[in-house]
Design a protein around this ligand. Structure first.
Ligand SMILES: NC(=O)c1ccc[n+]([C@@H]2O[C@H](COP(=O)([O-])OP(=O)(O)OC[C@H]3O[C@@H](n4cnc5c(N)ncnc54)[C@H](OP(=O)(O)O)[C@@H]3O)[C@@H](O)[C@H]2O)c1
Length: 265
């Protein structure tokens, strides 16, 4: 019952897709600070490698960069193969890499639909499929392996922005989480989702010109999310404390969607 055991991720092997910045970096930092070994992926090789070095040094841990494009089957297979060459088994898969696209309803393009759906939905399914045998190897009844899919409150509520494929993709992530949880729980792999609200990142920064003050003021907590908020939730879901939580989509949004009168737009 000690916190050091209930919430431990020490010695575990984690994969965080899109770990080079934003929410993926925040979750990676939380794992590293608490003794897990973390593989991070993203397309841009140099920033990814630099981030892995920076985080390894800051937390005196092991953060390994594997550059890849997860929006294609080829990229997914290559990534899974590289992990399999390095590890006999993995404990946590954090499907975080995601993309957004904003365009008016009238002009919304097929490219903006496919790009978002391929990365946000298709890659989660196929990466989980390809890494399942490695997750299984570390999974037991007492200590199941974990998958966390990063959804969004935009997949629970209709968003303020014209991001048709994005909000649709995130609703799909939440349902895919339940479907995968049903299939994999019998094999001691627990699948859950986190639906973040506003967190400072390149993705959100683009939508608000890097001025978070308006969305912070509109939030019931009066602020945007911090690394502690999202890393703490991810650590809970991956630890002994989260081992009876299955198929959930847990918000981390300062109460935004549960509190009437607090909306973005
Ligand atoms: N920030 C928020 O307020 C917020 C709210 C709700 C949900 N979310 C979700 O949280 C997740 C992370 O978002 P973020 O805000 O942290 O975004 P971000 O700062 O744009 O980070 C996205 C990460 O994904 C990587 N990535 C993008 N396309 C990729 C691809 N094709 N293959 C592999 N990696 C790729 C990026 O690196 P490269 O560009 O180098 O590939 C980067 O590491 C997303 O799923 C997003 O939808 C964010």
């Amino acid at each position: 019952m000690k916190i050091s055991e209930l919430f431990s991720v020490k010695g575990k092997v984690a994969i965080v897709t899109g770990g080079s910045r934003g929410i993926g970096e925040m979750i990676t930092a939380g794992f590293l600070a608490n003794g897990a070994k973390v593989y991070i992926s993203a397309r841009k090789e140099l920033p990814l490698i630099q981030k892995a070095q920076e985080l390894s040094e800051r937390y005196d841990g092991e953060c390994i960069a594997i550059p890849c494009d997860l929006s294609s089957m080829e990229g997914i297979e290559l990534f899974a193969q590289q992990i399999a060459e390095r590890e006999d088994g993995i404990d946590f898969l954090i499907n975080n890499a995601g993309a957004a696209w904003g365009e008016t309803f009238e002009d919304f393009s097929e490219a903006g639909w496919d790009k978002v759906m391929d990365l946000n939905v298709k890659s989660i399914f196929f990466l989980t499929q390809k890494l399942k045998s490695l997750l299984t190897r570390n999974a037991s009844t007492e200590d199941p392996s974990r998958v966390i899919n990063i959804g969004s409150i935009d997949g629970l509520n209709v968003p303020a922005f014209e991001t048709y494929s994005y909000s649709t993709s995130k609703a799909a992530v939440h349902h895919l989480t339940r479907v995968l949880a049903t299939k994999l729980v019998k094999e001691n792999i627990l699948v859950n989702a986190i639906a973040p609200g506003p967190y400072p990142s390149a993705m959100l920064g683009l939508a608000v010109n890097s001025d978070y003050s308006v969305i912070a003021d509109a939030n019931p907590r009066g602020r945007v999310g911090t690394p502690e908020d999202i890393a703490g939730l991810a650590i809970f879901l991956c630890s002994r404390a989260g081992a009876y939580t299955v198929g959930e989509t847990i918000t981390s949004d300062g109460g935004l969607i549960k509190t009437a009168g607090h909306r973005l737009g």
